[in-house]
Structure formats: C-alpha cells, structure tokens
Write a protein that binds this ligand. Structure first.
Ligand SMILES: Cc1ncc(COP(=O)(O)O)c(C=O)c1O
Length: 380
C-alpha cells in the first residue's frame, strides 16, 4: 500500500491506464489536424467522431448533441452565458441554487452586471433544492434554470427530473452541471429531461483540460469564442484530439462498468463510515442524507476537531479536503455548508472524504485507523 492514500476523488481522478493507452498515438504518430484532408488528418477526424459517440452513449444523447470543451468551467460558461446570448428575447431572469460550484455562480454574477436578475434557491440541511421552490421562483421573464446534478462537497443529488418537469411545463430551458455525477451514478439526459448538461473529464479518469457540453437538439447556444468552424462553430479552435479521445474512452469505461463502480464506491464509503462510527460514536456528524448522495462521497464533521488541523495532521497518510478555507489566519466556511445552515463550529470541523475506483479495502481499514487516532488526539 502506497502512502499517502488518496481519498479525494471528487477533487480529481488519476487517468485510467486504458485511457492513456488510447490517447498516446494521438500525441505523435497520429498527430494530424482533423481538418486536413489527407490520411493523418482523417484519422484524427474519425477519432473525434468515435469519442463523440462514446460520450453521447454514456448519457443517452445523440453524438451531434455533444460539443467538446476544455473543462467543466468552460461547459458551464457556454451553457449559461451562451444560452443567454442566443435567447435574449426570453427575459432577464435566471434561477439557480445556493450550492452551485463557482463555475456556475460566477457566470450568474457576471450576467447580473448586465442587468440579469438571479434567484439563488435555498436548500435544506442536506443541501437539497425543493422543486416547489423552483416553481414559485419562475417569472414570465425567466430565461434559464441551472441546478447541479450532484454537489461536489457533500454529494447530495438534486431532484433534477422533477425540476425538469416544472421547467418544461413553463417552457424554460434547464441546464445541469453533472461534473460530479458522471461515472458515479446514472446520467441519462432523457430521464433527467435536461436541455444542457456539463461533463468534466478529470472527475471520470480522463485528463484535466477536457470537458463537454450536451446541447439538446433545438436548443440555441451562441459561441463565446470566435474562430473557424470546429465543433459546428460553437467551440472553434483546433480540437484537442488526444484529450477528446481520452474523454471518449473514459466514458466508454464508465458505461461498461457503471453499476460495479457505483457499488464499489459505496461499499467502501459505507465501510469507512461504519468504522468511524464504531470507534468514535456520536462525535461523527454526517452532512448528507446518504440515501440521496453520490456513492463515493462522505462529508462528515468530527465534533470539536478543526478540519484543517485534522487534514494537515494526517496528510502523510491520507489525503482529504475540508469544508472551509483558511486565509491569513481567518477561517471562512464554504458557501455550500453555509447554505445548508451548518453552524460555524460544525462547518469548520467538516471534511470531505471521497472514494474512487482504485480505492481498496485495505486502504479503508488504514484510513479508519489513522482518522480515529487523529480525531482522538486533536479533539479538545
Ligand atoms: C460540480 C462541479 N462543477 C464544475 C467544476 C469545475 O471543473 P473544472 O475545474 O475542471 O472546470 C467542478 C470541479 O470541482 C465541480 O465539482
């Protein structure tokens, strides 16, 4: 067992070996430009076609509904800003939630500087949006609803298809950021009934620097950058073929193994939690409803233990993240935990532990031992 044990798969994942193998030829032998008419150009064009099919297949979309981008942040920008630019007549109101990633919130804030009004829906103590609140927030000038599929910090899954039904009834487009859910739980754009969906490569064993946006046929999007006609002009610029190939392969692997991966993630997450609860008892507070949560995510607070002190104390053994940030001696809690109404003490005691497909039983046994010893030592 190699240390430190990585238990922060929601931050990023290693690239799967099969993905690297698939990508490698496109760095040297198959280096052509996909727009070139000769053989190595065509090989690259075909590689993109294949990857587009692989991505589309994982989410039950049509290949022509997939646009490759550089990351989830870009996909969110293209979805929200691009939709707003192409649909100015629909009005100047956007509905989102109080627990979105900055890659959504900051786009909304930016649009607010152009006169857009943003409704940030509240969440319950587990970070869940109430669909009834979405319905109440809708106005005649609501142009777009954007609510994430699953939360990166606490793992809470939002009632996307219920919200989509409300959006459809009111003829409002609906975007969801699925950066965290893809590859961990089923993501089916027909069942979710969304118009736009964000995909992130590096959360799903593909490289950093590649993402995609699902755009339902008929949804108008204006490009944010201007250039040639790649990606139907919606996202111009010579395609990042090796990374596109990598994302395609990662999606294929996720589709082949989804239920096994999902089971593996939750079995180990639950084993970790059981171990902690057995040894630490009531001092472990879970910040999510685990029956409605990503299978790999455990957001917990250890009573009377500073999350920063804990994460740093164990960092030679286990890598985890915290629910608060520490700058110049001042601690600020995350906007997600704040929106969930967690008191300051619980929020600053919150850590996020996230398992991955490479996590082993042995690693979890070790993580329980390390965490229990550290919590006992640090609790005041
Ligand atoms: C839910 C969610 N959306 C968007 C992003 C942004 O991803 P990237 O930094 O790869 O653009 C992240 C990354 O943590 C995320 O968790």
């Amino acid at each position: 067992m190699e240390k430190p044990i990585y238990l922060d798969y929601n931050a990023t994942t290693p690239i799967a070996l099969e993905v690297i193998t698939e990508m490698l030829p496109y760095f040297d032998t198959n280096f052509g430009n996909p727009s070139s008419a000769y053989a190595i150009g065509r090989t690259n064009k075909e590689a993109i076609i294949k990857a587009r099919k692989q991505v589309a297949s994982l989410i039950n979309a049509k290949p022509e509904e997939i646009v490759f981008t550089s990351c989830a942040t870009e996909s969110n920008n293209l979805a929200i800003h691009g939709f707003i630019l192409a649909n100015k007549e629909k009005g100047k109101h956007i509905i989102t939630s109080a627990v979105e990633h900055p890659a959504v919130t900051e786009v909304c804030k930016y649009l607010a500087t152009f006169g857009y009004e943003i409704t940030y829906l509240p969440v319950d103590t587990f970070g869940r949006v109430n669909p009834a609140d979405v319905e109440k927030a809708i106005r005649p000038d609501t142009a777009l609803i954007t609510i994430m599929h699953a939360n990166n910090e606490v793992g809470t899954i939002q009632p996307i298809s219920e919200i989509a039904t409300i959006a459809k009834k009111n003829q409002i487009a609906f975007h969801t950021d699925a950066a965290q859910s893809l590859g961990k739980i089923e993501v089916d754009v027909q069942k979710l009934n969304v118009d736009l969906l964000t995909i992130a490569g590096h959360k799903l064993y593909a490289p950093k620097g590649i993402g995609a946006l699902y755009i339902r046929q008929g949804t108008k999007i204006e490009n944010l950058i201007h250039g040639a006609s790649q990606e139907k002009g919606i996202r111009p610029g010579t395609e990042n073929v090796p990374y596109i190939v990598g994302l395609g392969k990662a999606c294929e692997l996720a589709q082949q193994n989804l239920s096994a991966i999902s089971n593996h993630l939750s079995t180990l997450r639950d084993k970790l939690l059981r171990g902690l609860q057995e040894k630490l008892g009531m001092t472990v507070k879970i910040n999510a409803d685990l029956t409605n949560c990503l299978p790999n995510t455990l957001s917990v607070a250890f009573e009377n233990v500073s999350a920063h002190a804990l994460a740093s104390f164990i960092s030679n053994d286990i890598l985890i993240s915290t629910g608060s940030a520490c700058h110049s001696g001042e601690t600020t809690i995350s906007s997600v935990l704040h929106a969930m109404n967690l008191d300051f003490r619980t929020a600053t005691a919150t850590v996020r532990i996230s398992t991955g497909k490479h996590t082993t039983d042995e690693e979890i046994d070790f993580a329980v031992e390390v965490l229990v010893n550290a919590v006992k030592k640090l609790s005041n």
